[in-house]
Design a protein around this ligand. Structure first.
Ligand SMILES: [Cu+2]
Length: 135
């Protein structure tokens, strides 16, 4: 009787630890601080919705998107749509300063803490457009 109880307790603990390991693995996939990469592809100046890749990019709340300029030209990652009053309000790599994507290999990152659809574009080539979808 005692050995049966010990066996059942051990079995239960084994099952619970498997569940706990599974849960922690799932959490790490969506952990805050995860970075999602987006490339500004070569030749972007003449492209539209394929200039930023992948596009749209889907991320979880709390994740960070890192844009890398893989082109030889200067580009921006600027929230909003060309001509809209809220241009650059949510995020903007800018035209000057440390985050400006002036040359190949430069990066800009932004962390998305609120769910929603975030359109963005390049102020130097306004035909370049992308969307970050935060879920
Ligand atoms: Cu551009």
């Amino acid at each position: 009787m005692v050995s049966k109880t010990i066996y059942l307790t051990a079995s239960l603990l084994a099952i619970l630890s498997v569940i706990a390991i599974g849960a922690s693995t799932d959490n790490s996939v969506f952990a805050q601080g995860d970075k999602v990469q987006v490339s500004i592809v070569p030749g972007s100046s003449t492209l539209t919705d394929t200039a930023y890749s992948p596009n749209p990019v889907e991320v979880a709340v709390g994740q960070t998107v890192v844009w890398t300029n893989d082109d030889s030209a200067f580009h921006t990652v600027t929230s909003g749509s060309a001509g809209a009053p809220d241009v650059g309000k949510a995020f903007d790599s800018g035209l000057a300063g440390p985050t400006a994507l002036t040359t190949k290999g430069k990066t800009f990152e932004h962390t998305f803490d609120t769910a929603g659809e975030y359109p963005y574009f390049c102020t130097l080539h306004p035909a370049m457009v992308g969307t970050v979808s935060v879920k």
